[in-house]
Ligand binder design. Structure first.
Ligand code: FPP
Length: 263
């Protein structure tokens, strides 16, 4: 599908989110250590990022390390962090050349100083990128993100900076890690699991969901196109009726479209 093809696609797809699952099972099937699955998973990430750039998809969110993943054996956690650092180094020039901007969401306070430093440097260096925003969810949990936002809200309310009477979901969204990022249009999960496992809980309220049995290390451009083709067949309703949909060309989730006062 050409960049033009993506722009013409109906419904439009601005933000793709992916739960990259199945690295461990991929490795086990091959009699390899789990980390070999994560290594191969990075190759799949590289392919998908390249294809998103080609297709003109503006935002790609990748669930790379959940708040629950801290409970994995230390050896695996360390290996994942090392892979992340290698990824930042190996992709640096490509990100700069292709206008890829890196954004990190999640609780950074749990990441090591060296990982934080590398992430902040990569975010700063790529900040001018306008082709694709690659959002890495690291030490991320949807509930944790909402809780952190609620605490900010409580603190700002206590300081008298918030009028709770008029406070709405758009203002709440602005307190989340994803504050200036549009909500995901399509959320893909690989490996046959059919749940969203604490990923973008608030933001995925109206996302289309796509589940595939393919394990993440085997996910490639062909599988991506399959998912996008499936998405193109969807009719997004945002809680409205067909008549309302027909009279409005570009619908956005609640809070961003006047029609969305209907639930
Ligand atoms: C889930 O597979 C995957 C993860 C917990 C980590 C995802 C990480 C990568 C794809 C590589 C690093 C990414 C970047 C961007 C550098 P799993 O281990 O839960 O697999 P399983 O369910 O089969 O055990």
């Amino acid at each position: 599908m050409s960049k033009q093809g993506q722009n013409e696609s109906k419904p439009p797809l601005q933000h793709l989110a992916i739960i990259m699952d199945g690295n461990g099972r991929w490795a086990k099937k091959k009699g390899l250590p789990r980390i070999a699955g994560h290594h191969q998973g990075v190759q799949a990430v590289v392919q998908v990022v390249d294809e998103c750039v080609k297709l003109g998809i503006g935002y790609l969110s990748l669930f790379a390390f959940s708040s629950e993943n801290w409970g994995r054996p230390k050896q695996e956690v360390d290996a994942l962090m090392e892979l992340l650092l290698q990824f930042l180094v190996s992709q640096r020039q490509k990100m700069l050349d292709n206008g890829i901007r890196l954004r990190v969401i999640g609780d950074r306070s749990r990441l090591s100083e060296s990982v934080c430093r590398a992430l902040t440097a990569a975010e700063t260096e790529t900040a001018a990128g306008r082709t694709l925003t690659m959002i890495l969810a690291l030490s991320y949990g949807g509930r944790d993100e909402i809780l952190r936002a609620a605490k900010k809200l409580a603190a700002q309310t206590a300081q008298g900076r918030i009028d709770l009477q008029s406070f709405d979901s758009k203002q709440f969204s602005a307190l989340l890690d994803t504050q200036d990022i549009p909500e995901p249009d399509l959320l893909i999960r690989t490996s046959g699991e059919r749940r969203i496992s604490n990923f973008l809980l608030w933001q995925a309220a109206y996302s289309e969901l796509y589940f595939t049995d393919v394990l993440w290390p085997d996910f490639d451009t062909r599988e991506l196109h399959r998912a996008l083709e499936d998405y193109r067949q969807r009719k997004r309703r945002f809680g409205l009726t067909d008549d309302q949909l027909d009279s409005s060309e570009t619908l956005q989730p609640q809070g961003e479209n006047p029609l969305n006062s209907v639930s």
